[in-house]
Write a protein that binds this ligand. Sequence first.
Ligand code: FMN
Length: 191
Amino acid sequence: MKVVAVNGSAQKDGNTFLLLNIVMQELKAEGIGTELIQLAEGAPLQGCTACMKCLERKNLKCAIGSDPFNEYFEKISKADGLLLGSPVYFADITAGMKALIERCGFVARANGGVLRRRVGAGVLAVRRAGSNHSLASLNHLFLINEMIIPGSNYWNVGIGRLPGEVLADTEGVTTMKTLGVNMAWLLKRLA
Ligand SMILES: Cc1cc2nc3c(=O)[nH]c(=O)nc-3n(C[C@H](O)[C@H](O)[C@H](O)COP(=O)(O)O)c2cc1C
C-alpha cells in the first residue's frame, strides 16, 4: 500500500512539508509506503487550458507536456492514497496546488475515474486566517472523484508563519498524527 503526498508550497521543506511529514510518519508506522512530491522542486505547473485532449485521448495523460504534471499524475494514479498539503495564500491554496487539482481532476475523470474510492486527505499550514476555506478547496478534488476522506480530531491545520513554527503548534501536530492514524485505518479497511 502506498500514499503519495504533494507539497504545494512555493518553499520546499517549510511548514507544509513538516505537517505532511508528521502524517507520513504515522502511515509508515502502520507499514504504509509514502512518497513526497514537492512542487517547488520542479518546473511550475500551469493550470488546465481546457483543450479537452485528455477526453479524446484517454491515455492517462494531460496534453500539456512542458511541465512535470504527467510524471506526478502517474505516481498519484498508481497510489492507494493521496495526501495534499498547501500553505494558505490569500485565504486559499497556492496557485501550483490549484493547477495540480484542475489537471488531476480532469485527467482522472477522462479516464474512467481512476481515483475512485482511493483515500484522500488535505493539510494546511497557515499563519492566521483562511485555512478552513482552503481545506474545502483541497477536498473538492477528492469529492468529485468519488474518493474517501478520513477525518481527524480537528480540521487539518497547523499554525505557523516562518518555516518550523508549525512544530510549536502542539494541537496542530496532534491533529496531523491523528489524521495519519485514521488514514492508515481507512486504507487497510478498503484494501
Ligand atoms: C503569498 C502569501 C500569502 C499568504 N496568505 C496568507 C493568508 O491569507 N492567511 C494566512 O494566515 N497566512 C498567509 N500566508 C502565510 C503562510 O500561509 C504561512 O507562512 C505558512 O506557514 C507557509 O507555509 P510553508 O512554509 O509551507 O510555505 C501567506 C504567505 C504567502 C507567501
